[in-house]
Ligand binder design. Structure first.
Ligand code: ADP
Ligand code: ADP
Length: 228
């Protein structure tokens, strides 16, 4: 579903952020990309949606070079969630969730229905939240809405860059469990960047450890726990 083939990224200032990275992620798999700050995790993620262009190598999205997609088509296939979730303050929760659908020309009634459906999926009461504004929600609730927004247009692949990094530990664990359940329900392929091993162990099907732009280990959580 998502494949990195010998991907390198060297920034113009000479920093090698990603160095000959190869990785295959299957449909419905949740892979946690973990490693110390500056090891190249975000760069790896951002090369998928082409916020960053690789210096060499190829990234396949559903078997096709991501550079061969029209940008709109690529965006349709990808969801993206970052730590600064950036809900639009002047739009309601419903409008925020359905934002991409509006860009795609989906009619208001259908957008509303989709927003309701997504709220049910994570156990939030649509009647209670859909017409509120982001500032009326807690940080954890806003982050949850950010995840729903990334799901609204039904992308195949979700890219998540430390999405729960700014939250209290308790809320964080709730959202981790929720994401895991969501992934099982909607069968999305997820590439999840974190620097927190507990988080990776909790949610991932596979943990990929990065250091200095390279993959140094890849294993299932159970194997990671057994490793010396
Ligand atoms: P991580 O997400 O693991 O913290 P990043 O991918 O953000 O790592 O960064 C990897 C390396 O690339 C770091 O040394 C970082 O300083 C450098 N880097 C990231 N973005 C840029 C940029 N736009 N220009 C130059 N260097 C960058
Ligand atoms: P905002 O202005 O609130 O940040 P955007 O228009 O940037 O809203 O993003 C809204 C949604 O569009 C995101 O949650 C994500 O699902 C999708 N999206 C935005 N940028 C990208 C991208 N580069 N790649 C994939 N999806 C994206």
């Amino acid at each position: 579903m998502l494949s990195f083939q010998d991907v390198c990224k060297r920034y113009p200032d000479g920093t090698t952020a990603v160095d000959q990275l190869s990785l295959d992620i299957s449909h419905g798999e949740l892979v946690a990309l973990i490693g110390p700050s500056g090891c190249g995790k975000s760069t790896t993620l951002r090369m998928v949606n082409r916020l960053v262009e690789p210096s060499s190598g190829t990234i396949l999205v559903d078997g096709r070079d991501n550079r061969a997609y029209h940008p709109v088509e690529l965006r349709r296939r990808l969801g993206y969630v970052i730590q600064q979730v950036g809900l639009m303050p002047h739009l309601t929760i419903a409008e925020n969730i359905a934002f991409v659908l509006r860009l795609q020309g989906v009619a208001p009634k259908q957008r509303r229905r989709r927003a309701e459906e997504l709220m049910h999926l994570v156990g939030l009461d649509p009647g209670l939240y859909l017409d509120r504004y982001p500032r009326e929600l807690s940080g954890g609730q806003q982050q949850r809405i950010g995840v729903l927004r990334a799901l609204a247009h039904d992308p195949d692949i979700i890219l998540m860059d430390e999405p729960f990094g700014a939250l209290d530990p308790l809320i964080r664990e709730q959202l981790q469990d929720e994401l895991k359940r969501l992934q099982k329900t909607v069968h999305k392929t997820i590439l999840f960047v974190t620097h927190d091993m507990d988080e990776a162990l909790r949610i991932a099907d596979r943990i990929v450890l990065m250091r200095d732009g390279r993959i140094v280990q890849a294993a299932e959580p159970e194997q990671m726990l057994r490793a010396p």
